[in-house]
Design a protein around this ligand. Sequence first.
Ligand code: GLY
Ligand code: MN
Ligand code: MN
Length: 421
Amino acid sequence: MQMMGKGAIAILPTAPVSIRNRDVEHPYRPDSDFYYLTGFKEPESVAVLIPKRKHGEYILFCRESDPTAEIWNGRRAGLEGAKTLHGADDAFPISDINEILPGLLENCERVYYTMGNDSQFDQRVIGWVNQLRGKARAGVHTPGEFVALDHLLHDMRLFKSREEIKTMKQAATVSAQAHVRAMQMCQPGMMEYEVEAEFVHHFHKNGCATAYSSIVGGGANGCILHYVDNDQPLMDGDLLLIDAGAEKDYYAADITRTFPVNGRFSQEQKAVYNLVLAAQQAAIDQVKPGNHWNQPHEAAVKSLTKGLVKLGLLRGSVSKLIKDEAYRPFYMHRTGHWLGMDVHDVGDYKVGDAWRVFEPGMVLTVEPGLYIAGGQKKVAKKWWNIGVRIEDDVLVTKSGCEVLTSGVPKTVPEIEALMAK
Ligand code: GLY
Ligand code: MN
Ligand code: MN
């Protein structure tokens, strides 16, 4: 509110309920921006912030208490709870928002509202402002400016507080444990979904949700970046790539590990795996205050390209191959993203033309990979269908960085030892 200043109003609707099929709803999850500011989990809520408003700066529109509805669909905070439990200065029924909101807009100059997330709600906001315009001759003032709230809010979300880091560490720990369990239980002949079930079980048992659709891809499926079918048998001699993370109190972890279905890496699998591992370490070494966003990616690309030349999968001078992006058939994504309430979290990657500089409190993933799809005539057959990604979650600290997901092994001897038990 300090950043918005006097004369401003912010309007933040939470996420709508989403229908899965007919009258079945998806499990409800609030909008991340809305939850970040309010800590309020109920659907059909709108937060309004009006800095310096005498009769209260934080207004929450939400569902009223309703004993009958609550017997069917669960408890509600109600208007009293919105104030006493959730810190709103004032609370109104969501059903009255059309009557109340235009009045709140009346004396404001700037409306902080992010257009384009929810077109139905966009129309309502425009409608409220137009109502005021219609009363201009009666001397009613209309706000002159719409501003996206993202710039302020997303920069706040980029820097994690101590409390947020604590929650992210919990998500990271639970996720790491689940990856360990997957390595321990995996056997040739199992189905990919059986291994996925291990994650669902462990996440839920520890009070977490699944942060994003788990990727559990054996063999050739490990080379499909967003493989989520998870419905194929796991074959002796194949690798298994698992990208799965828990969400704790709406904060995500995002881990990928790749390991042999039968517990022993083949020579080729080991060679590719160790390249990716070395690239990941080179990238993590670049995560420290003062370095910029792209430095881990540049380090990973250099390390991977050198390695691909060593294996004979690329030929030529390393610097020219990097310049020509010759690695792209095998490494087609970037080395990471911000991580927080959203798995691909908010926050700018560039400021103007320059890459963002790392500062303590930022959290990102570091996730290089190599994907050698089968059937490529230019690639020796022994490399086909080896897909490897190694992904960890990294917190920028004052002196460098801290890997939050180190609880799950990633060297070849560690993985083989764990799987042999
Ligand atoms: N799991 C999504 C990602 O790694 O970016
Ligand atoms: Mn990721
Ligand atoms: Mn991931």
